[in-house]
Design a protein around this ligand. Structure first.
Ligand code: J2J
Length: 537
């Protein structure tokens, strides 16, 4: 396995192979197989671009050869920051074919995240689109090139300016050795609880298992038409079953440039979309908009909702509002994914977040001391299994707290487990804000705030929000004259923090409530804020 990753113990790996979970297939080989089996079927639609499986395969091979000619080698890391366009899949499969390792980042990330990830992974290249959603990624690329010296190539989908156009990176006829299926195929990003985003190494074996099993659970076939509405780089739309699951089944992926109904609804109608996945605030927006839309959404059979807790009352309205089934999905880029399944009594779909993919997913629900709780009691979820990582990349210190000594991942989620095995997500013990599915690590934002000269101390906490579920509030103890919220937001933007991490609210206080041992009591802070703030909209 790539250095600085934590492999599964050999006996455990042998068990996952014997059980048929890990099959020794790679993503590169998968595309070769699909191109043979599904040659002339459309794999991906993006705007006016339609690519068959054979075309996707040919483009991936040509691009892989071109990347090799530039000097990109197997196991080199490449930071990929692409929106939902055909080039996302072409680049990703080109890297797989070459054996290079994509580091997936979200279109919303900015220099703070990208420079860190490029340096931490010692990435040799950075792939972006020229522009998306009003942002020019070439500007960001200049900063990344200057601040992350390992990055030798910036490749741009579209107008490359001084960089290399992705369209020009093509060569003929290279033959690539297949990668080791037990090695790292890609890096996902953790929602995080620490000062810097953590990288999640996923192997061909483990990720393909979760994708194959997800495709099966969701009943995907070559007739499935999946709308990638959320950014395809995120673990949910990538793998649960997402774009890879749909390709694995020989179906069609339709790339939505944005998840808003104005972009998504016409695509559902035009392409006959049968399946899509959303975070709760978007599901609410879609339900609202569907009441008056002139678009025909009748092809949609299943709406998946995940990434944050979907309120039971909203879940109960999906069928009436959108005329399709609801599937709840509770997952994490570190591994474990749970689904409600077709055929289960409706109450599970409406009130639970599903049950794990695999019979070999191990689930423990524990109290703060780590002792297992009686069935049905809420507690922190710990998990271990055939597609849940054993460690983050190059993060020994954090790994010592994020995993138990016997290899369980501490999810930081508080769940209740029903006798049926279904989980209900009740809350969280990790220091993270879940802003409508977008995860914000409190410590990361606090560290940035502390660099402002007018900030003596800072704590970032969640405040309830009717639409997003939670929003972020930065509570600041000033040094001298209190900075204004606009000052602080500008400061964080200047530091290159992703826009979704910029606090929605700023509150100035004289001091923080502290716990018995003198630490900031975030629980007390949240309570005081809830009492003080009218609910935000
Ligand atoms: C409550 N909290 C949820 C849910 C995730 C599928 C679906 C989602 C993700 C994802 C994913 C939740 N109800 N239904 O990777 O493959 C919160 C939990 C969890 C964290 C993981 C997938 N679904 N969550 O959201 O890595 O707190 O993955 O630990 O972004 O999201 O976040 P992330």
């Amino acid at each position: 396995m790539l250095p600085h990753c934590t492999p599964w113990p050999a006996d455990v790996a042998a068990r996952h192979r014997a059980a048929g979970h890990w099959r020794g297939e790679t993503f590169g080989a998968l595309l070769t197989r699909l191109a043979a089996e599904q040659a002339d079927r459309v794999a991906v639609v993006s705007g006016s671009v339609r690519r068959t499986y054979r075309e996707l395969d040919e483009r991936a091979s040509g691009l892989a050869a071109g990347l090799a000619a530039l000097g990109v080698r197997p196991r080199d890391r490449v930071v990929v920051q692409l929106p939902n366009i055909a080039a996302f899949l072409e680049t990703t499969f080109a890297l797989f074919r070459l054996g290079a390792i994509p580091v997936f980042t979200l279109p919303a990330h900015r220099s703070s995240e990208i420079v860190h990830l490029a340096r931490h992974s010692e990435a040799v290249a950075y792939v972006v689109a020229d522009q998306h959603d009003g942002f020019d990624y070439r500007t960001l690329a200049r900063q990344v090139r200057d601040e992350a010296p390992s990055v030798r190539h910036v490749l741009v989908a579209g107008d490359a300016q001084e960089f290399t156009a992705l369209a020009d990176v093509h060569a003929d006829g290279a033959d690539f050795a297949d990668s080791d299926p037990s090695d790292v195929a890609l890096f996902q990003l953790s929602g995080g609880t620490t000062g810097t985003p953590k990288m999640i190494p996923r192997t061909h074996d483990d990720y393909l298992y979760s994708i194959r099993a997800s495709a099966e659970i969701c009943g995907l076939t070559p007739d499935t038409v999946y709308l990638a509405a959320l950014p395809a780089a995120h673990n949910f739309p990538m793998s649960s079953p997402g774009v890879f699951g749909v390709l694995h089944a020989g179906g069609r992926v339709v790339m939505a440039p944005r998840p808003a109904p104005s972009a998504a609804f016409p695509l559902i109608e035009a392409e006959g979309v049968t399946l899509t996945g959303l975070v709760p605030p978007l599901a609410l927006l879609w339900m609202e908009t569907a009441r008056t839309t002139r678009h025909d959404l009748s092809s949609l059979r299943v709406l998946q909702v995940g990434g944050a807790r979907f309120a039971d009352a909203a879940a109960a309205r999906v069928r009436d509002a959108l005329g399709c089934d609801l599937q709840q999905v509770y997952g994490m880029a570190e591994g474990l994914v749970c689904y409600t399944r077709a055929g289960e009594p409706e109450v599970f779909h409406l009130t639970t977040q599903g049950r794990p993919i695999s019979p070999d997913d191990e689930i423990r629900v524990v109290d703060p001391d780590g002792s297992e709780l009686p069935p049905g009691e809420p507690g922190e979820l710990l998990t271990r299994g055939p597609y849940t990582i054993r460690g983050y990349y190059r993060a020994d210190e954090h790994n010592a707290v994020a995993f138990t000594p016997d290899g369980f991942y501490r999810t930081g989620d508080v769940v209740r487990r029903l006798p049926s095995g279904h989980l209900v997500v009740e809350g969280r013990v990790k220091d993270q804000i879940n802003r409508g599915g977008e995860k914000v690590a409190a410590e990361e934002v606090e560290n940035h705030l502390l660099t402002h000269p007018g900030v003596r101390d800072a704590a970032v906490v969640a405040v309830p929000d009717r639409f997003l579920g939670e929003r972020t509030c930065a509570v600041v103890v000033p040094r001298g004259d209190p900075p204004t919220p606009a000052d602080l937001r500008a400061h964080l933007r200047d530091r290159g923090l992703a826009p979704y991490k910029i606090p929605d609210r700023v509150e100035i206080v004289d001091e923080f409530p502290v716990t018995g041992v003198g630490k900031i009591s975030k629980r007390e802070l949240r309570r005081a804020l809830a009492a003080r703030l009218a609910p935000t909209r």
